[in-house]
Design a protein around this ligand. Structure first.
Ligand SMILES: Nc1nc2c(ncn2[C@@H]2O[C@H](COP(=O)(O)OP(=O)(O)O)[C@@H](O)[C@H]2O)c(=O)[nH]1
Ligand SMILES: [Mg+2]
Ligand SMILES: [Zn+2]
Length: 278
């Protein structure tokens, strides 16, 4: 909370929510993306960027952090069949609202008003080139944030926004514009994944074996649901993939943390030894 006229009385708020991911690359670190967000707008476009699996990743991340996810589908003006994209976005979860719009112009102000209230903080997340900065400009009633055309061949953006920036709307709502994330790896997000796939999670209670892997075991309620057509096999595969990835990343992070701790202790011990020698 910055008070520009009395900077000394500014204070740091308690952290109430945190979005993080496994940092890209081989280094096993986590990267903190945003704190104290109320609504995460997961932005994707009606083009090659659109992938249900990616939307699920972002949604699990938001659920894990206790943040309301909303899917924002941009560039509806560029396709004939926006409805097929809307239907696919709705299939991600009954718990997530889907808003489809042209990010340029006035639509964002009215369509996103329900979440952009005074005192709230909202964030735009999603790949580069999907319209996050365009949406931010629309909400701010300005053109101050730079946007850039995407490559035509693969609809990829060019990373015009290179850092995370907080902007204030006239009504006092804060907007976080973020750069695109090329690789969103989940870590420590098992509860978020289970929230998103609550229907499958509930099914597993009906499996005969409590450690059922839902592969070849007899009496598997998950596979039965697939056979009966009440559960989509691809969705179940994506659920398992996210859980496996999360387990792997969480384990390597835990290993790193304990290694860092051991290293810190070694340094402290060495220092003590040096002090004694003096
Ligand atoms: N036609 C159309 N173009 C859009 C829409 N949203 C964004 N764009 C364009 O897509 C490009 C990338 O937008 P930008 O906001 O920079 O994406 P960001 O990387 O997510 O911040 C720009 O040329 C925008 O003008 C939309 O809904 N319709
Ligand atoms: Mg941008
Ligand atoms: Zn099973």
């Amino acid at each position: 909370m910055l008070d520009p006229s009395h900077p000394r009385s500014s204070r740091v708020l308690e952290r109430t929510s945190l979005i993080k991911r496994r940092a890209p690359g081989t280094d096993r670190q986590e990267q903190l993306i945003a704190a104290n967000i109320d609504t995460a707008f997961i932005v994707t476009s009606c083009n090659q960027d659109f992938k249900v699996a990616r939307l699920e990743r972002y949604a699990a991340l938001a659920f894990e952090a206790g943040i309301t996810p909303v899917i924002v589908l941009t560039k509806t003006d560029l396709v004939m069949d926006a409805q097929s994209y809307i239907d696919a976005a709705r299939s991600v979860s009954d718990m997530i609202d889907v808003v489809a719009l042209d990010a340029r112009g006035d639509a964002p102000k009215t369509e996103l008003a329900a979440w952009c209230k005074p005192g709230k903080t909202v964030a735009f997340l999603g790949s580069s080139g999907v319209g996050k900065s365009t949406l931010t400009n629309a909400l701010l009633d300005s053109q101050s944030i730079e946007t850039q055309a995407i490559r035509e061949d693969d609809a990829k953006g060019r990373h015009t926004t290179t850092r995370r920036e907080l902007h204030a709307m006239p009504n006092g709502c804060l907007i976080l514009d973020t750069p695109g994330m090329r690789e969103l790896q989940l870590t420590d997000a098992v509860e978020g994944i289970n929230d998103l796939f609550a229907d499958i999670q509930e099914l597993t209670a009906g499996c005969r074996f409590s450690d059922c892997q839902h592969e070849t075991e007899p009496g598997c309620a998950v596979r039965q649901a697939i056979e009966e057509g009440t559960l989509d096999a691809d969705r179940m595969r994506r659920w398992r993939k996210l859980l496996a990835e999360d387990a792997f990343n969480s384990a390597s992070l835990a290993e790193r943390r304990s290694r860092d701790k051991a290293f810190g202790k070694m340094v402290r011990d060495a220092k003590k030894l040096k002090d004694v020698r003096r």
